[in-house]
Design a protein around this ligand. Structure first.
Ligand SMILES: [Zn+2]
Length: 305
């Protein structure tokens, strides 16, 4: 009898554990990742949006309107990888967004950031590769689905595993991110442990889905409002992922990272193809939002020095 009860108890426990296990993992896949740093919508003036996602370290080292919290920065150059999710065939985005890496007076702003040893970020952005994901997780991506997209691009060998890399999941206009693309944010970046390594990745959706929330203008200097709008979001996420890759390096007392402090501001502009632009990167003109210079008291700028 005792033995029978023991077996019964074991079976019940096993059933309970497996039930809880599946309930937990199911819940997990629907939960939003609280540790992601979001790019606020165009009209959103809430500057405290990323406060919760940043742990409040006791003694940050003071910078110029932005503080250092002891974590790593990406040193020696940042590598860019694109994962084209959904349907991008025939869309000029695939050339507009691959042309803007390299050295630039703009990315040089990030060299005003450094790590705990005092080593500065380098003015190097290398475009290293791309792959296509043909709707592996449907047209509405949860935060965990976005990490899964990055994870399978790496574990399948489509993209190399690179701890100096930032992997961008770029979704076509028929795809959304269920934790709030177009309603809470225009993009975000975070980190995850993928194949045993600290991998930095970002979500940037096509803002043609919600021009009033996520595009600075409904025309683009390269004739593609969605892709031209994405260029500005990608640049913003790239410099944040470089200076705050693990969400414990550079941000201010309100939880804003460098580019957050200058979001949706563009400085002096000129006109190209009937659209505003403010810088030339490679052979193309772009309208890219400003970034925070961590020198001389701190300020938003398009260039450094
Ligand atoms: Zn941001």
């Amino acid at each position: 009898m005792k033995r029978f009860i023991g077996i019964l108890l074991t079976i019940t426990m096993l059933a309970l554990v497996s039930f809880l296990g599946s309930a937990f993992s199911q819940g997990q896949s629907e939960l939003a990742n609280p540790h992601k740093i979001v790019h606020r919508l165009r009209g959103d003036q809430d500057l405290d949006k990323n406060k919760e996602a940043h742990p409040n370290n006791a003694k940050p080292q003071r910078g110029n309107g932005i503080n250092y919290h002891g974590g790593p920065v990406i040193l020696g150059g940042t590598n860019v990888y694109y994962i084209w999710y959904g349907n991008w065939s025939g869309n000029s985005a695939t050339s507009i967004l691959t042309d803007f890496a390299g050295h630039s007076p703009y990315f040089n702003i990030n060299t005003t950031y450094y790590d705990g040893a005092g080593t500065d970020v380098s003015n190097i952005v290398l475009y290293k590769g791309q792959t296509i994901d043909n709707y592996s997780h449907g047209t509405s991506l949860s935060d965990s689905a976005i990490q899964a997209v990055v994870s399978s691009a790496i574990t399948s060998g489509a993209l190399p595993k690179d701890t100096n890399g930032v992997y961008f999941v770029l979704t076509s206009a028929d795809v959304t991110a269920s934790s709030g693309f177009c309603t809470q944010y225009c993009g975000w970046h975070t980190r995850g442990t993928i194949a045993g390594s600290d991998i930095k990745y970002s979500f940037v959706g096509n803002p043609d889905r919600c021009p009033s929330a996520c595009e600075a203008q409904t025309v683009g200097p390269n004739g593609n409002a969605g892709a031209d709008g994405m260029a500005s979001i990608i640049a913003h996420e790239l410099e944040e992922a470089t200076t705050d890759p693990d969400l414990n390096a550079w941000y201010d007392v309100r939880g804003q990272e460098n580019a957050d402090k200058c979001a949706w501001t563009f400085g002096t502009t000129y006109t190209v193809n009937g659209a505003r632009a403010n810088m030339k990167l490679g052979t193309r003109d772009y309208l890219i939002q400003r970034n925070w210079v961590n020198a001389s008291g701190g300020y938003c700028s398009l260039t450094y020095p």
